[in-house]
Design a protein around this ligand. Structure first.
Ligand SMILES: [Zn+2]
Ligand SMILES: [Zn+2]
Length: 297
């Protein structure tokens, strides 16, 4: 990851484009659209909460801390790492890049890239659960016992390296079309929605898109199905259906979320500890002897 960051900075500085790229990436990832969506969902959570809780609960404060960390630190670092990844693919894996497909309409290419991004995100998410070392990092996201839309950003910064494969669809099909920034922003908002503290199931669209009720089952603190962890999807549920890991919500009280035994330090366990100290303890936990590996994956 360090090497990719170095290559990315070198490429952007060489093109005289470093600051502009960082500003554009920040605007696209945590720009006005995402702010509006997060604010709207926070309001919806007040109106239709799956689990009622105070607006200024400690869970909200800690997860808001992760949103700030994401916006200020993670997005710029990720941008240079992603640039480095793209440069290395162009240099060493050009065979992956498909030449221009003249007969395929642009809209089909863009659709294929977006579906490909979602497939790669799903595969990386499954790997985060299957690999003991990756689970150490991903467990932080699962440790939240009071989920909200802000929990989307409760991730260890190093986890993002596991999702670099999601860049491949755009690189592979890039000569035939580019995904408009608006489409990527909409995709980012759809990724954020499933963590909201809402009972929304999306009705007939539930068989296509990941809803808050569907993703909540992924965060269950205890297995709710003989298959173990279910519902790995980011935006589309088809990957879970194809791999027989889809479990659709069937009503009833919202299930408890978090990790049994609390192997990751959580804010609910340290009511007097300042939010920034909780975040610090959570960020170093993957590197401690007693780590999140003690939880289920
Ligand atoms: Zn997960
Ligand atoms: Zn999640």
């Amino acid at each position: 990851m360090g090497w990719l960051g170095f290559v990315g900075v070198q490429a952007l500085v060489g093109a005289g484009d470093l600051s502009n790229t960082l500003v554009v990436a920040q605007g696209r990832t945590v720009g006005p659209a995402l702010v509006v969506v997060v604010a709207g969902l926070l309001l919806a959570e007040r109106r239709w909460p799956a689990v009622p809780r105070p607006a200024l609960s400690r869970a909200h404060l800690v997860d808001a801390g992760y949103l700030a960390l994401f916006a200020v630190v993670v997005v710029p670092l990720l941008t240079v790492v992603e640039t480095g990844f793209a440069v290395e693919v162009q240099r060493h894996a050009r065979f992956l890049i498909v030449s221009r497909l003249p007969l395929v309409p642009q809209v089909v290419v863009v659709g294929a890239i977006l579906v490909g991004i979602d497939a790669m995100n799903w595969a990386a998410h499954v790997a985060n659960h299957r690999s003991a070392s990756l689970w150490r990092l991903h467990a932080l996201h699962h440790s939240q016992e009071d989920m909200s839309v802000l929990t989307t950003f409760r991730t260890h910064p190093l986890v993002h390296a596991t999702y670099l494969g999601a860049l491949l669809p755009a690189l592979v099909l890039g000569t035939s079309g580019t995904v408009p920034a608006t489409a990527l922003i909409i995709y980012g908002c759809l990724v954020t929605l499933p963590h909201a503290n809402l009972r929304w199931t999306f009705g007939p669209l539930a068989r296509i898109f990941v809803s808050p009720a569907y993703h909540r089952l992924h965060h269950a603190s205890a297995p709710i199905d003989s298959r173990g962890t279910v519902n790995f999807g980011f935006v589309l549920v088809c990957w879970d259906q194809l791999s027989r890991h889809a479990l659709f919500p069937s009503g009833g009280a919202p299930i408890a979320t978090g990790i049994a035994g609390r192997p990751v330090p959580v804010e609910q366990d340290a009511p007097r500890m300042a939010a920034h100290r909780v975040v610090g303890a959570q960020l170093v936990q993957p590197f401690r002897m007693r780590s999140a590996m003690d939880g289920r994956s």
